[in-house]
Write a protein that binds this ligand. Structure first.
Ligand code: MBD
Ligand code: FE
Length: 260
């Protein structure tokens, strides 16, 4: 126990030392004057007080952590967890055709999407009984539990793959998402000359025995924000096609999990 705690502190020490070193080098390189310094402290204080710090971090930093960890590894590339994941989603029920039906209000608006996936291991074996966590925004481009007044777990749920690693979930075509741009994060975007948009995406998290948890997103061909995602979460292999089936859309993607 003692030893583990010591080890953990060593890592924190190493990281904090590097952080301070690079911050000091940054202040020097940017020739930050005292007024700018005070402005920065005020902005960072407003960012924290507004509750937007997790948003800011996930939009501007998270992708760089993931790229450094996974860019050159086999298997499906992770994408951003983002600030809108909620623990404790309901387990979804199947409709007669075998698709899991996403939690929704009786009058839920949006275009129905049947999203199909297959989950396998890097060695090619299908991963049956994989827990799939799924969440997305609604037809007003809002996330339940955060910027929407829908019930807390609306458009959130989990289910399990069948023995072949397959699943189908009846959900909705997600919408491009504007991150909140009226607060301190918006101020930052304005100075950066950057729009606040993310391309439409589905959030998925996979948990399978003996494998690394895979947190990723799915995007759609033709989305106007794919190239300029404010959070830089798009990976080529995570883009799929929306196929028009008349009264609904279909899309699919396969997911490959890395072993622990
Ligand atoms: C989102 O919907 C999102 O997925 C991320 C990563 C950041 C902000 C909003
Ligand atoms: Fe999102």
């Amino acid at each position: 126990m003692q030893k583990q705690a010591a080890k953990k502190n060593e890592r924190v020490e190493e990281v904090f030392h590097l952080f301070v070193k690079h911050m000091q080098a940054f202040l020097k390189e940017a020739k930050i004057n005292h007024e700018e310094y005070t402005n920065f402290v005020n902005w960072a204080d407003r960012l924290g007080r507004s509750g937007e710090l997790p948003l800011f971090a996930d939009v501007f930093l998270e992708t760089h952590v993931l790229n450094a960890m996974y860019k050159d590894l086999p298997g499906t590339q992770p994408s951003l967890l983002g600030p809108y994941f909620l623990e404790g989603s309901p387990e979804l029920e199947k409709e007669p055709g075998g698709a899991y039906v996403l939690t929704q209000r009786p009058d839920e608006q949006g275009e129905v999407l049947y999203f199909k996936g297959n989950v396998s291991s890097v060695d090619g074996k299908p991963l049956g009984n994989t827990r799939v966590e799924f969440w997305e925004n609604d037809a007003t481009a809002k996330y339940s539990g955060f910027d929407s007044d829908a019930p807390r777990f609306n458009l959130r749920g989990h289910f399990y793959t069948d023995e072949n690693g397959d699943f189908v979930v009846k959900c909705f075509v997600p919408l491009p998402y504007s991150i909140p741009d009226q607060g301190p994060t918006g101020e930052f975007l304005e100075y950066m000359d950057q729009h606040p948009m993310r391309p439409a995406h589905l959030h998925l998290m996979f948990e399978a025995e003996g494998h690394e948890t895979l947190i990723t997103q799915v995007f759609f061909e033709g989305d106007e924000w794919l190239e300029s995602d404010v959070a830089q979460g798009v990976r080529k292999q995570l883009i799929t096609k929306l196929v028009d089936k008349g009264d609904h859309k279909e899309a699919s993607l396969n997911f490959v999990m890395r072993k622990k």
